[in-house]
Design a protein. Sequence first.
Length: 149
Amino acid sequence: MYTLDTQLQQDTVYLGHFKLCDVLLMNDSQFPWVILVPRRGSTSELYQLSTEERYEQSDESAYVSQRLSDYFKADSMNIAALGNVVPQLHIHHVVRKKEDLCWPKPIWGAVTAKPYDKESLDKTVEELKLLFSDRFVEDSEQKSGDELY
């Protein structure tokens, strides 16, 4: 049974879900940062997804990367599934710009997260929901949890 890891619940804001993945905004105003979490119980690595699920995850990841890159005019997109702190499979999509705090080094562990203020968070959530709206699925349009494929 799928449940979102408590650390991800604390650190992110839910935006919606695609066919396979929940779409979350990392609550760090220093970087546009979206996390995809496949709705699969006890999955910690990409290879644990079925072949069809890996194709779907890859497609959803490419979609998010392209949309974020275009919208935020990224110099680079950092995409990673680390799993060192949160064991649940989740894939980070971080917009990087040459003028960001850590460029060109990785962001992980480099700076403390700076949560959005309420107004900025509301605005960012609204913008990203609109940005991804053509890919979001309604609850009634999808099967639950482990029954997607």
